[in-house]
Design a protein around this ligand. Structure first.
Ligand code: AMP
Length: 287
C-alpha cells in the first residue's frame, strides 16, 4: 500500500491550465497522496452557491434592491448564465467565495476590527454598493488585515482560482500562494479528448472513442445503457473558455514568475504529467 506522505510546511498551490487539461485529476491525485492537502475548487464553490441559492446571491440582491424578495436570486441566476456560456463570473464574487472558505477553515484570521465582509452577511459598507445598475459592476472592498496559518495542515490546492492577474493580486494580499503549477498540454490534444468523450452518467464511466471506445458504439459496456455527452464537453463552450483562458493566463503566469513561484509541466495526458508533479512537490514540501 502507498505510504501516507506528510508535508514539512504549508503548501498553498494553484494549478493553471486551459480548461480540460486535467487540473481536477491532478488535484485528486495529489490529495490522495498527501492527505494534509485540501482541494478548493472555485467552480465547485460557485456551483454549490448557485445550486443552493446561498447568501452570496441574497447579499448582492439586498444591496441592489433593498430587502425585496423578488430579485434575491437575480445574481445567482446571472452567475449561472455566465457559467453556462463559459464566461467568468465577476472577480469579487469569486474572491468572496474563496475568502469565506479559507476563513471558515480557520486558515486566515482577521487582525484588528472586523468589518462584516463575509458572504453570510448582508451588512454591506458604502464601498461595496454597486455604482451602476449593472449587478456585476461593484467595487472591491478593502479587506482589513489578515494573518494566515503556516501549519502543514493549512495546505490547499486552489483549482480554478485565480484565473486572472487581478484575482491573483487580490488573493496575494491576504494569503500568498507559494507554488504555481502551469499544466501545459497542446490545445489540439485537449480538443480531441473533449470531442471524443462519452460518459455513462449513472455510473460515471468515461469512454473516449479514440483511446478507450465502448465495445458497442454508443452504449455502456456493463449495463448496455446509452452513453451521453457531458454538459461541459460542448466544443463551442470549450473554445470560448479556452480563449478566455489564453487572454488571462499570460499576465497571470508573468505575475507568478515575477514572484518566483511559477513551475511549468508539459505533457499530453494526466498520467504523463502526474509523476512530474509528484517529484517536484516532494522536493518543495515533502518531509
Ligand atoms: P470550472 O469548474 O473551474 O471550469 O468553472 C466553471 C465556471 O465557473 C467557469 O466557466 C466560470 O464561469 C466560473 N468560474 C470558476 N472559477 C472562476 C474564477 N476564478 N473567476 C471567475 N469565474 C470562475
Amino acid at each position: 500500500m502507498d505510504r501516507v506522505r506528510r508535508l514539512r510546511r504549508a503548501a498553498r498551490i494553484i494549478l493553471v491550465g486551459a480548461p480540460g487539461v486535467g487540473k481536477g485529476t491532478q488535484t485528486e491525485r495529489l490529495i490522495k497522496r498527501y492527505p494534509q492537502l485540501s482541494a478548493i475548487s472555485s467552480g465547485d464553490l460557485l456551483r454549490n452557491n448557485v445550486r443552493n441559492r446561498t447568501p452570496l446571491g441574497m447579499w448582492r440582491a439586498a444591496c441592489l434592491h433593498g430587502e425585496s424578495g423578488t430579485n434575491r436570486h437575480h445574481v445567482g441566476i446571472q452567475a449561472e448564465a455566465k457559467m453556462k456560456i463559459g464566461q467568468l463570473v465577476p472577480d469579487m464574487m469569486m474572491l468572496r467565495l474563496i475568502f469565506n472558505e479559507l476563513s471558515t477553515r480557520g486558515w486566515i484570521k482577521p487582525e484588528g476590527p472586523v468589518i462584516p465582509y463575509t458572504l453570510n452577511s448582508i451588512a454591506a459598507t458604502e464601498a461595496e454598493i454597486p455604482s451602476s445598475n449593472d449587478p456585476f459592476a461593484f467595487t472591491l472592498p478593502t479587506f482589513p488585515s489578515y494573518s494566515y496559518s503556516d501549519s502543514p495542515t493549512a495546505s490547499f490546492i486552489l483549482d480554478g482560482f485565480p484565473r486572472n492577474v487581478s484575482q491573483a493580486r487580490q488573493i496575494d494580499d491576504f494569503i500568498p500562494i507559494n507554488w504555481v503549477v502551469h499544466i501545459n498540454t497542446p490545445s489540439e490534444v485537449v480538443l480531441d479528448r473533449i470531442s471524443n468523450r462519452w460518459v455513462h452518467a449513472p455510473s460515471g464511466r468515461v469512454y473516449n472513442t479514440t483511446f478507450s471506445p465502448p465495445k458497442v458504439p454508443g452504449t455502456d459496456d456493463i449495463t448496455g445503457e446509452p452513453l451521453t455527452r457531458r454538459d461541459d464537453d460542448d466544443v463551442e463552450v470549450w473554445k470560448t473558455r479556452l480563449s478566455n483562458f489564453e487572454q488571462a493566463s499570460v499576465p497571470l503566469l508573468e505575475h507568478y514568475h515575477t514572484k518566483g513561484v511559477l513551475w511549468t509541466v508539459n505533457g499530453n495526458t494526466s498520467d504523463e504529467i502526474s509523476p512530474k508533479i509528484f517529484m517536484e512537490f516532494e522536493r518543495r514540501f515533502g518531509i
